[in-house]
Design a protein around this ligand. Structure first.
Ligand SMILES: [Zn+2]
Length: 75
């Protein structure tokens, strides 16, 4: 009987663990691993740092938006 109770307890723990597992993983999701260590670039127009992948490249410089690029190159 004792062994049966142990097995039952183990099953209950396993079910609870399985139910909580997605919640524990979900809590870590806001941090995107692909973003970690990504190079940051400075927009010389508005002095804003942003990830290189989101930047607009013009004449070897990086801008946060097309608007900033045009303003910088015009001025
Ligand atoms: Zn900008």
């Amino acid at each position: 009987m004792t062994l049966l109770r142990l097995v039952f307890l183990f099953i209950v723990i396993y079910i609870v663990y399985s139910a909580l597992k997605p919640l524990l993983r979900g809590g870590k999701q806001p941090i995107d691993p692909a973003r970690l260590g990504e190079q940051m670039v400075l927009d010389p127009q508005c002095q804003t740092y942003l990830p290189k992948s989101e930047a607009v490249a013009r004449q070897g410089k990086f801008f946060c938006s097309e608007e900033c690029a045009q303003r910088y190159l015009a001025g």
